[in-house]
Write a protein that binds this ligand. Structure first.
Ligand SMILES: *[C@@H]1O[C@H](CO)[C@@H](O)[C@H](O)[C@H]1NC(C)=O
Ligand SMILES: *[C@@H]1O[C@H](CO)[C@@H](O)[C@H](O)[C@H]1NC(C)=O
Ligand SMILES: *[C@@H]1O[C@H](CO)[C@@H](O)[C@H](O)[C@H]1NC(C)=O
Ligand SMILES: *[C@@H]1O[C@H](CO)[C@@H](O)[C@H](O)[C@H]1NC(C)=O
Ligand SMILES: *[C@@H]1O[C@H](CO)[C@@H](O)[C@H](O)[C@H]1NC(C)=O
Length: 299
């Protein structure tokens, strides 16, 4: 009874320990290992005057170039990590020459409007760091830098890292949007962009290495505790076995010892049959003739 109580206590302690261990691990994963990233989306409003459609086909109305004003606003941008989270606006421009589009060269010339007007540099991703591109535009007095993703034909954007160039608004927009603006600019259409701050996002992610680390340590500790459990039960089993064997041996020894004792048959007239003689110590009865008795030694 007492034994099983102790056992129950032990298993309870063990399972409690395992549970708290799992809990601590989860907390670890949550607080120290998981990294948090805060990022802001940007509303991108582009406004441009679409020239009269198809001047070649519209032969009849050659003179009336009614420019149609287009404006659209989407929350497709994402502020760079080191960019001030501010609004910005200006005319969108690219590098003057096509081979300088990537703006990796510090001497890149942008087709900036007349001095004093705000302009925004539109640069594709690639060949050098975001930081270099942003710095090159910043040094030429751009009021913001818009970098568009290239390669992945998706709507993805990332939070650009550009430590050191932190005084200029820098956002990233997805590739389709960038391509759209580039095609407008290539048609010599003046595009004005208004960048306004969108929503704040908090992203929590767990890096792969920390997941691996946590799982490995978890597995190792799990194995240790299992090994301990197995060891404990084996030990208990061996102990019970040894006790059984001991008892059996003791019983055998006792039988052997008893069989060695002298045996005598009581006959009529022996002093044990006298009425005032002591009773048999084992069966608490008087002796009768023909009883077979064992003589117990005094010590
Ligand atoms: C974009 O901004 C301009 C100027 O602030 C505004 O007139 C226009 O309505 C905006 N477009 C959209 C779709 O909000
Ligand atoms: C970008 O880099 C690649 C390889 O380094 C090179 O072939 C390519 O010409 C570069 N593009 C520009 C526009 O400089
Ligand atoms: C940038 O602006 C400063 C002052 O406003 C001016 O002195 C400088 O020449 C400008 N740089 C370029 C590349 O336009
Ligand atoms: C990108 O977004 C536009 C609309 O915002 C959608 O029509 C298009 O399918 C998306 N493309 C991809 C590859 O997700
Ligand atoms: C745009 O303007 C440039 C000169 O400013 C000219 O060389 C080019 O042909 C024009 N492109 C279109 C599509 O009109």
């Amino acid at each position: 009874m007492a034994m099983s109580l102790i056992q129950a206590c032990r298993s309870l302690a063990l399972s409690t320990w395992l549970l708290s261990f799992c809990f601590v691990h989860l907390l670890c994963l949550d607080f120290t290992v998981a990294e948090k990233e805060e990022w802001y989306t940007a509303f991108v409003n582009i406004t441009y005057a679409e020239p009269a459609p198809d001047p070649g086909a519209g032969a009849a109305g050659g003179g009336g170039t009614t420019a149609e004003l287009h404006t659209e606003k989407t929350e497709c941008g994402r502020y760079g990590e080191h960019s001030p989270k501010q609004d910005a606006r200006g005319e969108v421009v690219m590098a003057s020459s096509a081979h300088d589009r990537l703006a990796c060269d510090p001497n890149t010339k942008f087709a900036a409007p007349a001095h004093g007007k705000n302009w925004i540099a539109l640069i594709p991703k690639g060949n050098c760091t975001y930081r270099d591109k942003i710095r090159n535009a910043f040094l030429q007095n751009a009021s913001a830098v818009v970098i568009f993703n290239v390669g992945s034909n998706t709507n993805e954007t990332i939070t650009m890292s550009h430590a050191g160039v932190e005084d200029i608004v820098a956002i990233m927009i997805p590739e389709p949007k960038g391509k759209e603006i580039v095609s407008l600019l290539e048609r010599n259409i003046t595009v004005t962009m208004y960048i306004t701050i969108g929503t704040r996002n908090l992203q929590k992610y767990v890096s792969r290495t920390s997941v691996v680390f946590v799982s490995i340590s978890f597995i190792v500790l799990m194995i240790i505790s299992l090994a301990w459990l197995v060891f404990y039960y084996i030990q208990r089993f061996r102990y019970a076995n040894a006790r059984d064997r001991n008892q059996r041996r003791l019983g055998d020894a006792a039988k052997k010892a008893i069989s060695k004792l002298q045996v005598r048959t009581i006959k009529k007239g022996d002093k044990e049959t006298e009425p005032d003689f002591d009773n048999c110590a084992v069966c608490i009865e008087g002796y009768k003739p023909n009883d077979v008795v064992r003589i117990l030694p005094c010590r």
